[in-house]
Design a protein around this ligand. Structure first.
Ligand code: AMP
Length: 381
């Protein structure tokens, strides 16, 4: 019988999961999301909404009583509360997997114990440990919040001795870790999936270009050698084998100067670097996630068309309503997330520029340059 799907978070990821769910009426009859913003993106595509904070215990209990199966679009959910409602609804990825992943320190311990390469790191409780760590790692190094950090917001790069105090104070008593700086050649990621029966499938390696710590562009496939691709995909597969969670995971990695691979971090959810799959691949990451958590056979992950995904981010210059963005179809597949207000660097939409008639990545990069101005947000006066 078709199931009721609960999603914690109704932003763009919840929205695109909901859209995929609507195409699977045989398996999913209804979608309910928890999100604090009235008429959140997922609600705009037909999900019922419980207006509450993602961590609101009462709302999570309510969702679990109304749903057969629960998933999430954000990793900052309260894993203990989720664990306590497992009797009401099946939760995937499991709260135990979430608990490890949502804490960057526990995640890195877990990966190192499983012999999966990560940058050197240490746990930080006192400022003295930062000083000790810097003696070992050298400058620069990154002080990171263990939890609730995304889009680089929880990182402080320490370049010299006299920044140590400032960096430590920046986090105001949060739990921290210190990480060795990796002078990477490239940032890459693998979208990986594992269904409840243990079947694993990974998508081809993609290249990610960040601006001020926020993903700006994903190039599928990554412009690396076959050897690097294989290394990264092997590490992604190994990670999925040990992780045991069901669902789609975004595995972010660094390619080092020596062409080695290190995991930067894992997101236990569909991932921005997988948005290209909506048009480029046999199965979108959103459908794949649903297939994984429903225990269906996973879909094919082949990249059929090379594609560049370009994120539409709110302009730095203003907060507020913005002029609607449109582009001709020939420029690419535009997906706006229905957010009313633009804020600096807020993710408002994306464009997938898909190769046609054997266009190369270089051709697609030129096309990206041509649309940048058209998708820049302008205030409504
Ligand atoms: P994070 O939020 O931890 O994924 O970090 C955001 C961005 O900071 C990453 O995408 C990298 O560009 C950069 N970064 C994170 N950790 C390191 C590291 N150990 N060495 C160099 N750059 C890093």
């Amino acid at each position: 019988m078709a199931k009721i799907l609960g999603i914690i978070g109704g932003g763009q990821l919840g929205m695109m999961i909901a859209e995929a769910a609507k195409n699977m009426p045989k398996y999913i009859s209804k979608i309910i999301v928890i999100d604090p913003t009235k008429n959140c993106p997922a609600a705009q595509v037909g999900a019922e909404q419980i207006i509450a904070d993602f961590k609101d215990e009462k709302a999570i209990i309510d969702l679990s009583e109304k749903s057969d199966i629960i998933t999430y679009e954000i990793e900052s959910g309260d894993s203990d509360v989720l664990k306590s409602v497992e009797k009401n609804a099946e939760i995937n990825p499991s709260p135990d997997t979430l608990k490890i992943i949502q804490d960057k320190y526990l995640q890195k311990i877990f990966l190192s114990e499983n012999k999966i390469p990560v940058p050197d790191f240490i746990e930080i409780e006192e400022i003295e440990q930062v000083k000790e760590g810097l003696k070992k790692f050298g400058f620069p190094a990154l002080l990171k919040a263990r939890r609730d950090a995304y889009d680089g917001r929880g990182n402080f790069k320490i370049d010299s001795e006299n920044e140590i105090q400032k960096a430590f104070d920046y986090f105001k008593g949060q739990k921290l870790l210190l990480e060795k700086f990796v002078p990477f050649k490239m940032e890459v990621s693998v979208i990986a999936s594992r269904n409840t029966k243990g079947e694993i499938k990974t998508y081809p390696l993609v290249e990610n270009i960040h601006e001020e710590n926020i993903l700006r562009q994903t190039i599928a496939p990554a412009r690396v050698s076959q050897e690097v691709t294989e290394k990264a995909e092997t590490i992604a597969n190994k990670t999925m084998q040990v992780l045991k969670g069901a669902g789609v995971f975004g595995i972010e990695m660094f390619v080092t100067q020596e062409n080695d691979i290190m995991i930067n971090e894992i997101a236990p959810r569909v991932h921005n670097s997988g948005h290209h799959t909506l048009q480029s691949s046999e199965t979108s990451q959103f459908e794949q996630h649903l297939r994984a958590i429903l225990g269906l056979e996973l879909g094919g992950t082949a990249l059929i068309h090379p594609t560049i995904m370009y994120n539409i981010l709110g302009s730095k210059s203003f907060n507020g309503k913005y002029v609607p963005i449109t582009i001709p179809e020939s420029d690419g597949y535009l997906k706006m997330y229905g957010k009313e207000i633009s804020k600096p660097a807020r993710k408002l939409g994306h464009v997938n520029i898909v190769s046609q008639k054997n266009e190369t990545i270089d051709d697609l990069l030129k096309k990206v340059e041509l649309i940048k101005d058209k998708v820049t947000t302008q205030p409504i006066h």
